[in-house]
Design a protein around this ligand. Structure first.
Ligand SMILES: [Ca+2]
Length: 451
């Protein structure tokens, strides 16, 4: 694979073609910035009055802002599995929990991730930030299509650094480069900066070949940390400082593209893995007008900010209101990057026509909602959303705050949606693919220093 990649890189750079042709022979680069627990209302361009995000606002102004973009689950690991496979978390059996340090399983390596897909097309693939899809040997980013990785294997609160005060947490957080733990309990003030600098270096190193750069920032997951340069920068407090540093990070990535003449040939997607962690009050973000947050199936848990940019291809200054999901990213990028889809069932659909402003794209599929313990929790069809546990029905286009339950006014629709949810869930359950369990340790989270 590595050899084929180098050969392709050489072949592309040695073809003396005109700019236009070359642009079309080289597939677009892809950058996905995937923050952690950021709310729908935490960016200036989504209405936040006190957090200043000029780089993200500029990205939205020069591209498309999506106002009905949903992640597949309201918590980390299931949401990440869905983004990287184009499948419901349940289909790849990653729906039940987030991965804790003692867990021995992860996303199965037989699954084709976005990184596998693009690496097979000759892309250089790098990941800089939080993984959270399994951290035993054979389950790491380098086993799932990424050629480089630096960052943390799971959440930044799964750390003694954070829990020491409570004197009850036995796990430590490692910082990993490729396949080696290089540090224990890293200085979390530097996590955003380190991911950014590593991503910038990767782009510089691979500017001659197509690349896929995945930047799943550890922030603004609690505990919050910003570098000293950003601490105190926002009237919103530390949460705002953290978002402003992430905004800076996006600015650095865009500047790196511009410096290398790659801006026009790079698709940038900015979004987050789930909504804000509301029980932490001011340390969590805001879902703006949406109800609920992380861990809930209300809109605030899964409808997230999403900005798409590809100058000259994705319409500029456009607001896209159609429902799309993080599961659509996989088949859509496959289409835009000229990659063949794997021969497995995917739940996302190719919405490239919508991304490129060429029309409405396919009708959105009915969308299932799951609670964090993996149980079927509801369904969305058209504007209607039924929450099973609560027995509540909302028209989420008229009522984005889910303030007015109209279940009693529409009993037949409730029954219909109940049946739809059950049948969709049954179809997914019958097609579930396994995770992979590995007994061997990559590192022992209870014994710092041991490998
Ligand atoms: Ca998260």
């Amino acid at each position: 694979m590595r050899h084929a990649l180098l050969t392709l890189g050489l072949a592309l750079s040695s073809i003396p073609t005109a700019g236009f042709a070359q642009e079309h022979e080289r597939p677009p680069n892809v950058i996905i910035v995937f923050t952690d627990d950021q709310g729908y209302g935490d960016l200036s361009c989504y209405g936040n009055p006190t957090i200043h995000t000029p780089h993200l606002d500029a990205l939205a102004a020069g591209g498309t802002k999506l106002t009905q973009f949903y992640v597949a689950a309201p918590v980390c690991s299931p949401s990440r599995a869905a983004l990287l496979t184009g499948c419901y978390p349940k289909r790849v059996t990653m729906h039940k929990h987030v991965i804790f340090p003692q867990f021995d399983y992860g996303l199965h390596t037989d699954e084709v991730t976005l990184a596998d897909l693009l690496q097979d097309e000759g892309y250089a693939t790098g990941m800089f930030g939080k993984w959270h899809l399994g951290h035993r040997p054979g389950l790491l980013p380098l086993d799932q299509g990424f050629q480089r990785w630096s960052g943390v294997p799971y959440s930044n609160d799964m750390a003694q650094l954070h829990r020491a005060k409570e004197n009850k947490y036995k796990y430590r957080l490692p910082y990993v480069e490729d396949r080696e733990v290089v540090e224990w309990e890293p200085d979390q003030r530097l996590l955003t900066r380190r991911a950014t600098e590593a991503a910038v270096a990767f782009i510089d190193d691979h500017k001659e070949e197509p690349f896929f750069v995945y930047v799943p920032h550890s922030m603004p997951h609690i505990p919050l940390y910003a570098s000293t340069e950003f601490e105190g920068s926002s009237p919103r407090g530390l949460y705002g400082d953290v978002i402003e540093e992430i905004d800076w990070s996006v600015g650095q990535l865009v500047a790196t593209l511009e410096r290398n003449g790659l801006r026009e040939n790079t698709i940038v997607l900015f979004t987050t893995d789930n909504g804000p962690w509301l029980p932490f009050k001011l340390a969590g973000g805001s879902a703006g007008p949406l109800r609920g947050g992380k861990g809930t199936n209300f809109e605030g848990g899964q409808r997230v900010p999403a900005i798409l940019s590809w100058p000259g291809h994705v319409p500029a200054g456009h607001v896209e209101r159609t429902l799309t999901t993080a599961m659509d990213v996989f088949p859509t990028l496959a289409s835009l990057c000229g990659a063949s889809l794997p021969e497995v069932v995917l739940d996302g659909q190719d919405v490239s026509d919508l991304w490129l402003g060429r029309g409405p794209g396919p009708a959105p599929k009915p969308f299932l909602y799951y609670t964090s313990d993996g149980e079927l929790a509801g369904v969305r069809r058209g504007p209607w959303k039924l929450l099973l546990e609560q027995g509540e029905l909302y028209h989420v286009e008229r009522d984005i705050s889910e303030a007015y339950d109209v279940a009693t006014q529409h009993p037949e629709l409730v029954l219909e949606l109940r049946e739809l949810a059950a049948s969709l869930d049954l179809a997914i359950t019958e097609g579930m693919r396994p995770t992979r369990t590995v007994e061997e340790l990559f590192f022992d989270p209870t014994k710092p220093g041991a490998q």
